[in-house]
Design a protein around this ligand. Structure first.
Ligand code: RM4
Ligand code: MN
Length: 381
């Protein structure tokens, strides 16, 4: 039963994880990095080949711009994967210095909206059903712009995108506490995202990026609340020590990841309607193994959360047995699920140890030898 649920899990990897990335101080180039979206998909297909549960790949536009999106989607299918969420990007153009959809100038707002609508066209062409919206919009100084007017402009743009969505399409609105704006961020928290989505309807939902909260925020509460309101559309998984670190999910705090998965399962969020996506960058570690490890980390946390004895937990809760209830959760968390997952992989025809199997496969040596010349993909390409 637990194995069946784990077999059906789907974790989406992001195209940008396969490209070069870094901090504002330095981007360290790696060997074998893809030069275009086709090569990014090939790398993502490796993650799926070794884990068996990463069959979709999120695209980021314009980083993954191609002439023929239908051809790109066919290429993905030929590799055994499919195009997942389309991520819009209205944060890397000089015009967006003072904002995109909330910019004081209507000409810039129209340009930003045009990009978002283009992303829906790309969804149509690739068969993607999810648009992810993250806005870097905000201000750096008190008085710089009118906070309420910016909310009005945001609402107007979101309504226009919502109108354009097809029946089987949705958008996920992402929030982030700060950065790059340092004074006001126009979508800083789940409440703001929720309020905008609530006004629009069922095709607008909130996405929780686990790195986008103030330290100490109880993310599992947010998850439980949004699920209860049917407004949790998915996750951008990553982990953080300080701010939006974009490190491998489960690396900094595997216990938090377990607690989140426990709420997802209990709240009825374990299924295709809540997307498990990774939003990470591998600045110093190799990228494909970084993604494989991350998928495995989510899978391990999920397995532990599925092991929770819900009946025993409910009984302890009814009895007011604080320590007993807590012990039920900790028993599950402290279980070593690696043997179970190894067995599951063997049943799925996979190697029980995806990291070792990938290392042995020779794929890295192959791409390092083949991908010579051309411009490596990275932020901005
Ligand atoms: C943002 C946000 C978005 C991601 C970009 C690269 O902080 O997390 O989801 O697309 O970074
Ligand atoms: Mn994100």
């Amino acid at each position: 039963m637990i194995k069946d649920l784990l077999r059906g899990q789907r974790i989406e990897t992001p195209s940008w994880a396969y490209g070069n990335s870094g901090t504002r101080f330095k981007v360290f180039a790696q060997q074998g990095v893809p030069r275009d979206p086709y090569e990014k998909l090939a790398d993502a297909a490796q993650v799926h080949a070794f884990t068996g549960i990463a069959p979709t790949v999120a695209l980021h536009i314009p980083w993954d711009r191609v002439d023929d999106y239908a051809a790109l989607a066919r290429h993905a299918r030929d590799l055994g994967v499919a195009v997942g969420a389309i991520n819009s990007n209205v944060f890397q153009d000089d015009d967006y210095k003072l904002g995109s959809v909330t910019h004081p100038d209507p000409v810039v707002r129209r340009k930003a909206l045009g990009h978002l609508l283009e992303c829906v066209d790309i969804m149509d062409a690739t068969g993607s059903d999810t648009l992810k919206l993250w806005f870097s919009d905000g201000t750096n100084y008190p008085g710089q712009d009118d906070i309420r007017a910016r909310q009005d402009r945001l609402a107007e743009a979101l309504a226009a995108v919502y109108e354009r969505l097809g029946d089987d399409q949705r958008f996920l609105l992402e929030y982030k506490l700060f950065e790059p704006a340092f004074y006001v961020t126009d979508v800083p928290d789940w409440g703001t995202a929720y309020a905008h989505c609530l006004k629009l309807g069922d095709k607008a939902q909130v996405v929780v990026d686990t790195g986008h909260h103030a330290p100490g925020t109880n993310i599992e509460f947010i998850v439980a609340f949004l699920l209860r309101e049917r407004k949790l559309g998915g996750f951008d998984f990553n982990s953080r020590f300080y701010a939006d670190d974009d490190l491998m999910v489960g690396a900094a705090d595997p216990f938090q990841l377990f607690r989140i998965m426990f709420e997802v399962i209990g709240g009825g969020g374990y299924g295709p309607h809540v997307a498990f996506m990774l939003d990470q960058c591998h600045n110093i570690e190799p990228k494909i193994p970084g993604q494989i490890r991350s998928v495995m980390n989510v899978q391990e946390a999920t397995a532990k959360a599925l092991l929770v004895d819900r009946e025993a937990l409910a009984a302890a809760q009814r009895a007011g047995d604080v320590l007993g209830a807590n012990a039920v959760l900790m028993d599950a968390y402290n279980t070593d699920v690696r043997p179970l997952l190894g067995e599951l992989r063997e049943e799925m025809g996979l190697d029980p140890d995806p990291m070792a199997a990938y290392a042995r496969s020779g794929y890295f040596e192959k791409i390092a030898a083949e991908r010579v010349g051309g411009a490596q993909a990275g932020w901005g390409a």
